[in-house]
Design a protein around this ligand. Structure first.
Ligand code: GDP
Ligand code: IMO
Ligand code: MG
Length: 421
């Protein structure tokens, strides 16, 4: 059981990038298993913030291998700009980053289709990042996709043109103007750059590495509440963001999975549309946004903020089989005199023990209140030094969920991380 998984339990942006980076020294391989450039994973060290979209968050650790698995959808143009931004020489990077031949490609026309579909949706917009995720996964499951391995074929350009033609014919039924040429140029440069990396059937690589005793950390993108099956459909992304997605997105058996680290913020955020029972549209929400710097890592959009939602957290723990909880952004709650946690829902005047199927259901959160703490906790490095009120808050979450909180993050920097021994 050499594969551990780290994934988000809320609506994304829980701090996955920061914690994967902090955990990387414990692992030999870090592997992304789903999503694509809709993800924005931030990590900070030496006073510099990096935001990764496609590249796994272990990339800054020399000597660690990073894998982009078959479950990821790759836009070569985004891949190229990300590689150029890293500040690591492409030769060195080529030794650290392996890409699955089976990963599907996001074509320039997928991005345009994404924008056309979204603009045709009127009021029911999903709030997509418009990176082409939905159309690329649609082509994958519709068995029409182009994959990374295809870029090595002599007739790749012709294949590309065929795909483009079919997308253009779809676009003709939308009243949507666009230009593709400019993006196409960078996209084909990105395709050339991809060829400089090891393109492998990574399922063999991962299974062999695991059988040789190498430790692998599977890095999720988005969050459980954005999962295409279990999130608040249709306000979700187009992949399985849950622990099962690590098996299909890397080609490994469930029997190989060890720990499942579920990461959550001490409150909640959501970017894009869809239900958010504990959302605060008042000054408390503004304060969470300002203090937590809650603006999208990929799109810069302000994130919707609200109190911690335990029914949703428990649901995510159940779906993923979480073995350890990681809590981030505890520092953002410092200075609040009262902290609320939603412990149950009421729908149409009745207690509701399940997350409703209907995204229009009028969910009213029922809250428990906790005493806050005033101390600045960013400098704390051991669990026992945390304020008593925060420890009480954590104990409540552990008691309610039945899962231990084994990590508390108190700031964005790699060092601002407390693992509970
Ligand atoms: P991801 O998508 O799950 O990797 O999360 P993002 O990087 O999109 O968003 C998390 C944001 O919170 C980033 O700006 C991080 O630098 C920041 N962050 C992560 N952990 C903490 C923390 O414990 N405290 C504070 N204040 N910021 C954090
Ligand atoms: P990370 O990995 C937060 C949201 C979008 C939109 C919905 C569908 O950084 O946590 P898509 O682009 O997939 O068509 O968008 O999902 N979304 C995210 N929200 N963090 C993310 O990734 C997200 N990736 C997609 O805002 O509501
Ligand atoms: Mg993010």
């Amino acid at each position: 059981m050499n594969i551990d998984i780290l994934l988000g339990l809320q609506w994304g942006d829980e701090g996955k990038g920061k914690i994967v980076d902090a955990l990387s020294p414990e692992y030999d391989i870090i592997a992304r298993f789903q999503g694509g450039p809709n993800a924005g994973h931030s990590l900070e060290f030496n006073d510099v913030k990096h935001v990764l979209h496609l590249i796994p968050s272990g990339i800054f650790h020399a000597g660690k291998l990073n894998i982009i698995g078959n479950g990821v959808v790759i836009d070569p143009a985004v891949f190229m700009s990300e590689i150029l931004d890293l500040g690591i020489s492409p030769d060195e990077l080529a030794g650290r980053l392996i890409i699955s031949t089976r990963a599907n490609l996001i074509l320039p026309s997928h991005r345009i289709l994404d924008a056309a579909y979204e603009s045709s949706k009127g009021k029911a917009k999903i709030g997509s990042t418009l990176k082409g995720i939905g159309p690329a996964y649609t082509d994958k499951t519709g068995r029409n996709g182009l994959r990374v391995g295809d870029i090595l074929r002599g007739d790749f350009r012709e294949l590309y043109r065929n795909h483009l033609e079919s997308h253009l014919s779809l676009l003709r039924s939308y009243d949507f103007s666009f230009s593709i040429e400019e993006y196409e140029k960078g996209w084909f440069e990105g395709v050339e750059l991809l060829k400089k990396f090891r393109l492998l059937n990574t399922e063999y690589f991962v299974n062999t590495a695991a059988s040789e005793g190498r430790k692998i950390l599977a890095e999720g993108a988005q969050g459980t509440m954005l999962d295409v099956d279990f999130g608040s459909y249709p306000f979700v992304t187009s992949s399985n963001t849950i622990s099962a997605g690590a098996c299909t997105g890397l080609g490994v058996s469930p029997r190989m999975i060890g720990e499942i680290y579920g990461i959550f913020k001490a409150y909640c955020t959501r970017v894009g549309s869809g239900p958010f029972p504990t959302e605060l549209t008042d000054s408390t929400g503004d304060r969470l946004r300002d203090t937590g710097r809650e603006f999208g890592s990929t799109t810069g959009r302000p994130r919707r903020c609200g109190w911690l939602d335990l029914p949703a957290l428990k649901y995510s723990i159940m779906i993923n089989g979480v073995t350890q909880l990681f809590m981030t952004k505890a520092d953002v709650l410092s200075g609040f005199s009262k902290i609320k946690v939603c412990t149950s829902y009421r729908v149409n005047g009745r207690d509701c023990s399940e997350l409703p199927f209907d995204t229009d259901a009028p969910v009213v959160p029922v809250y428990s209140e906790f005493k806050g703490w005033n101390d600045d906790i960013a400098g704390i490095r051991s669990f026992k030094e945390l304020p008593a009120e925060l420890k009480e808050f954590i104990l409540f979450i552990e008691t309610e969920t039945g899962v231990p909180v084994t990590m508390v993050s108190v700031g964005p920097d790699r060092e601002e991380t407390i693992f509970r021994s």
